[in-house]
Design a protein around this ligand. Structure first.
Ligand code: NDP
Length: 247
């Protein structure tokens, strides 16, 4: 890679961001397409999101990826929001469009694309359980509702957050307790449980899983999370979260 006076710059902002996979993913894509672009990571702590987004305009950046804890701040700092970003109150991509900064949220579409394109799984008609009700869960819940899941059941340790998130799936959305896992076609872990590894960090008792089910873990580090390892032992088909990240 050579940097010249004409090289375009794109970046990810968030904190911590040192271990982000985004520079590797985007720089590989730029190289594959022969583009004179480069992608870096800026550690921007909470409270710095608006200034960082303003920097896109000031510096003429090619685009910005936004990760924790800045997705809500970015949503208030852009000029216009996509339907998904508005519904979720969170932006993960800032796209310069002439003089306008457009805020997008690609988490839900990335989740569905990872299922459909990489795994051949269509959520339409499936009975789904989502564990968690935070930012990633909300994007997944909305996407499953939009993709025609017959049920999107939200299981979360704080019930009020589950109720709020379930609304995003429309008529298919509801709050449930953990027993809903037993009868689900698709179970999605959208809690951070498992990020630190170890068998104690499971969001649900894996004895509830069985053959015929699909279990997807949005946690993508470590690869082969404790949840996926345990779900596989109980006969479920397992899907890792890195496909969603890439899409
Ligand atoms: P948030 O902090 O927004 O939400 C976390 C959710 O998990 C909340 O509902 C919270 O419950 C629940 N939770 C947190 N800790 C625990 C615990 N120990 N046990 C049970 N529930 C818990 O996080 P995000 O939604 O942004 O991220 C969640 C995970 O998804 C992360 O691991 C992240 O890396 C991953 N992710 C993966 C993506 C991908 O592309 N694969 C994209 C985005 C995120 P409560 O409501 O009670 O606080």
């Amino acid at each position: 890679m050579s940097i010249s006076g004409g090289t375009r710059l794109a970046a990810v902002i968030g904190s911590p961001v040192k271990h982000s996979l985004s520079p590797a993913i985007h720089n590989a894509a730029f190289a594959a397409r022969g583009l004179d672009w480069t992608f870096v990571a800026f550690d921007v702590p909470s409270g710095g999101g608006a200034a960082a987004v303003a920097g896109v305009r000031a510096l003429g950046l090619g685009g910005l990826s936004v990760t924790m804890p800045l997705k809500a701040e970015a949503a208030t700092a852009v000029d216009v929001l996509s339907d998904d970003a508005r519904a979720l109150g969170a932006v993960n991509c800032v796209v310069p469009d002439a003089s306008i900064l457009r805020g997008e949220n690609t988490d839900g579409a990335g989740f569905v694309d990872a299922l459909r394109i990489d795994e051949g799984v269509d959520p339409a008609g499936l009975r789904c359980v989502v564990l968690g009700a935070g930012g990633a869960a909300r994007a997944v819940i909305r996407a499953l509702g939009g993709a025609g899941a017959v049920a999107v059941l939200v299981v979360n340790r704080t019930p009020s957050n589950a109720a709020d998130a379930a609304l995003l799936a429309g008529d298919a959305g509801a709050v449930a307790d953990v027993s809903a896992v037993n009868d689900a076609d698709l179970v999605v872990n959208a809690t951070p449980a498992g990020m630190r590894g170890g068998p104690d960090h499971l969001p649900v008792d894996p004895g509830r899983f069985h053959a015929g089910q699909i279990v997807m873990d949005l946690v993508y580090r470590p690869a082969g999370t404790p949840l996926l390892a345990a779900a596989g032992v109980w006969g479920a088909r397992t899907i890792a979260g890195d496909g969603m990240l890439v899409y």
